[in-house]
Design a protein. Structure first.
Length: 62
């Protein structure tokens, strides 16, 4: 059943999916590239609100 849904991250204020999050990048020696640390991230920004926002997790049908 879990395969029938996808996770989306939306702005808690306006419901838009145009959200970005501030993330830490950590250098991975084995992979020789920057990797983003897992969320949830403390600072998120909504393009539609044009300001900092809280991000909500939603489950949607695929
Ligand atoms: Zn918003």
């Amino acid at each position: 059943m879990a395969d029938d849904t996808v996770k989306t991250m939306v702005c808690a204020t306006c419901g838009s999916e145009s959200v970005k999050s501030d993330a830490w990048a950590v250098w991975s020696v084995p992979d020789q590239k920057w990797e983003l640390e897992g969320g949830p991230y403390q600072f998120s920004y909504c393009d539609d609100c044009d300001e900092e926002c809280r991000v909500e997790e939603r489950q949607e049908a695929r």
